[in-house]
Design a protein around this ligand. Structure first.
Ligand code: XMP
Length: 321
């Protein structure tokens, strides 16, 4: 049987053999797969690996720090962060259609990432591109899964056509649980390795309506509160993920202190799932829901109502867009 440390040894040796004395680039998404792939390659080739992290401004609170501080502290990896927040906001201005948002975010991401790759290539002979492809991804892209077309999933770090790289995919024989074990074995913190899924288009598809800087800030605050309370209640392992959604185009009347309010609702979407293909809504304890609701309505201006999504998948998808 394969032990985790034998998987690590084997993959490190394979990567070292493939790359030789060459250099590699790896796009970090903030997710588990790209982080573990990067850590593995870093173990094999050290500072001949450079990681690129694109901050598209659609990240949750603390995510950039997690990459810039925690991931770097754990691995010592070379990291280039590209601040593309303005660019994404400009590209998304006036856009409300979910598929159009996804296309724009995907397109801008590729452009920014390509530019970062070109900049790096100009500095050195970067011939290899690391991708955190897992075994299920390999299988899925081979067989045309019907559900794959429901939303145009773009995978952060996708390979642009016109750039010549040799791919390094050290996780392509592994399942998710194995990837997490490999990550822990490589010394990555649990906050990175046990991370719940988060979509590449980020908070951009959790604002129903146009994406603006103010709305992102509102959603970021509400999301941080929900995550904080779910973690404090010890529910992180039980929940597959809990999208927090801002209904930016909806307003309702409320009352706070002596005054009438006219604010936006926040939707909590806690789901339980094995593989995200189907999901059930998670029966969260009322006390936890109460704390999240009280805190969000007290602490986040613009939000005067918190509602719970009690729809399974199907018919609802996990994300709202
Ligand atoms: P849905 O909403 O289709 O989501 O039920 C299923 C799972 O996929 C995640 N998701 C994405 N992940 N890029 C990603 O990397 C995307 O564009 C994307 N859209 C949805 C979602 O968070 C859930 O875990």
């Amino acid at each position: 049987g394969w032990t985790t440390s034998s998987i690590v040894d084997e993959q490190v040796a394979a990567v070292a053999a493939q790359i030789g004395d060459g250099r590699a680039i790896c796009g970090l998404s903030g997710g588990v797969d790209s982080a573990v792939a990067a850590a593995l390659v870093q173990r094999a080739i050290g500072d001949r690996l450079t990681c690129v992290f694109v901050d598209h401004g659609l990240l949750r609170s603390g995510e950039r720090t997690q990459v810039e501080r925690d991931f770097v502290a754990a691995t010592g990896v070379n990291l280039v962060t590209v601040d593309a927040r303005e660019r994404f906001l400009n590209a998304l201005a006036g856009v409300t259609d979910p598929e159009q948002k996804r296309k724009i975010i995907g397109r801008e991401f590729i452009r920014v990432f390509e530019q970062a790759e070109r900049d790096l290539k100009a500095q050195g002979d970067y011939r290899f591109l690391v991708q955190g492809t897992l075994y299920p991804d390999v299988v899925e892209s081979g067989g045309g899964e019907g559900t794959a077309n429901i939303k145009s999933h773009h995978n952060v770090g996708g390979l642009p056509d016109d750039l010549q790289f040799e791919l390094v995919e050290p996780l392509r024989l592994l399942f998710k649980d194995e990837v997490r074990r490999v990550g822990l074995e490589l010394g990555l913190p649990a906050t990175i390795v046990q991370r719940q899924p988060f979509p590449g288009p980020g908070l951009g598809i959790r604002i129903i309506g146009e994406v603006t800087a103010d709305r992102l800030e509102t959603l970021r605050e509400a999301d941080a509160i929900a995550r904080e309370e779910l973690t404090a209640a010890g529910l992180d392992q039980e929940i597959w993920q809990c999208p927090v959604v801002l209904l930016a185009d909806v307003r309702s009347v409320g009352v706070q202190g002596d005054g009438r309010t006219y604010g936006h609702p926040i939707v909590l979407r806690p789901v339980s799932s094995e593989d995200a293909m189907t999901a059930d809504w998670t029966r969260l304890p009322y006390e936890v829901l109460e704390r999240i609701s009280t805190r969000i309505t007290n602490e986040v201006s613009e939000v005067n109502r918190v509602v719970l999504d009690v729809t399974s998948k199907p018919p609802g998808t996990i994300e709202w867009e």
